[in-house]
Design a protein around this ligand. Structure first.
Ligand code: BT5
Length: 327
């Protein structure tokens, strides 16, 4: 924990009451001048801290964006969230966590940003990432599994996001192959998982997760290749971003621990239960072809199993899936 986080914890344990400079200095083992410097730094980050002669300092308000300490407070996980980094702005959380991974960050490191200037979707697409409203985060994992099984983690994160939606927002979310989470037929979250591996060995996997929480209709991107929504647009309620993220990290931690112990099967079952198009007739647009058939499940490598009109089961490795009724 950094000195800054320790001061914040101290302020918070005083619940808005003054803490003397002397007490902070003694508890943290730093000089009074260093305390003052830290307070200045926190004020520059957007914390409202009152300084009063002979009484000390008190915390009156937090910045609008998520701080690592807000996420870590009360977080009950074993692996995910061992290290939490929060940035006010970045290009893409996936790019930045990759840099952390290359510097040796631990498995379970989490990087969150309030805003992304170059948020990424699949195939070079853009992920709209305005400040103050949504969640943009990346999680570093180092599973000892064969390279071909890495795509299974996409389904793990999709199931975890859908479960968090239900638990925190009472919204019934479903998953759309391969990387979308939908509410009432519109995309509320997207996943971009990336892997760094050599032929047979995974160095690390990055789970990139973007979730529309408090985004307004004016902030939705245009044009869209699929309808989009946010929790706020669905419920009219603002979501506490720290609470949502903490719950998501705890569910991810549970699913990931289960995945390491029991393999893909429990995840696959969860995902299939949440799959909006399971047993439905769909079309799948691939680069130059369109297939149609009934979705019958997921394969161990994450391929979508599609039963075509002639009875044969095709394995879909890439493509855009749409319900026949949506066309
Ligand atoms: C995705 O791509 O759905 C993956 C999105 C992953 C974003 C997270 S945020 C944290 C981490 N860091 C990153 O840089 N990325 C990850 P795809 O299926 O290709 O969908 C992209 C398409 O969705 C775009 O072409 C738009 O049409 C639409 N879109 C863009 N922003 C959106 C938003 N905020 N909500 C809903 N749809 C959006």
């Amino acid at each position: 924990m950094t000195t800054r986080d320790r001061i914040l914890n101290l302020f918070r344990s005083h619940e808005g009451a003054f803490v003397s400079g002397q007490e902070i200095s003694t508890q943290l083992g730093i000089s009074r001048a260093a305390v003052w410097k830290q307070v200045k730094g926190l004020q520059q980050l957007g914390f409202t801290i009152e300084a009063k002669h002979a009484q000390g300092y008190r915390l009156l308000g937090n910045p609008a964006y998520l701080m690592a300490a807000d996420i870590e407070r009360g977080l009950k996980t074993r692996i995910i969230g061992r290290q939490v980094v929060s940035l006010e702005e970045t290009d893409s959380t996936n790019i930045q966590i990759k840099a952390l991974a290359e510097q040796g960050a631990l498995e379970g490191a989490v990087l969150v940003a309030d805003r992304q200037s170059a948020g990424r979707g699949r195939l070079g697409r853009r992920w709209e990432s305005p400040s103050g409203v949504n969640l943009y985060c990346s999680i570093l994992l180092k599973p000892h599994i064969p390279v071909q099984q890495a795509p299974q983690l996409t389904f793990l994160s999709a199931a975890a996001v859908a479960e968090t939606m239900t638990r925190v927002c009472q919204l019934s979310a479903c998953v759309k192959w391969p990387n979308d989470i939908l509410v009432n037929g519109a995309k509320i979250a997207g996943l971009l998982n990336e892997m760094n591996a050599e032929t047979e060995q995974i160095h690390f996997v990055i789970l990139g997760i973007g979730i529309n929480l408090n985004m307004t209709a004016e902030q939705l991107p245009t044009p869209l290749n699929y309808p989009a929504t946010s929790v706020f647009l669905e419920t009219g309620q603002q979501v506490d971003r720290a609470l949502f993220l903490r719950t998501l990290l705890e569910i991810l931690d549970h699913y990931y621990t289960e995945f390491l112990a029991e393999g893909f099967l429990p995840i696959r079952r969860r995902w299939e239960r949440l799959c909006a198009v399971m047993n439905s007739r769909v079309t799948v647009d691939q680069e130059s072809t369109r297939l149609s058939g009934t979705v019958v499940g997921l394969d161990v490598d994450g391929a979508l199993r599609l039963q075509c009109e002639d009875g044969r089961v095709e394995r879909i490795l890439a493509g855009d899936v749409r319900l026949l009724s949506e066309q």
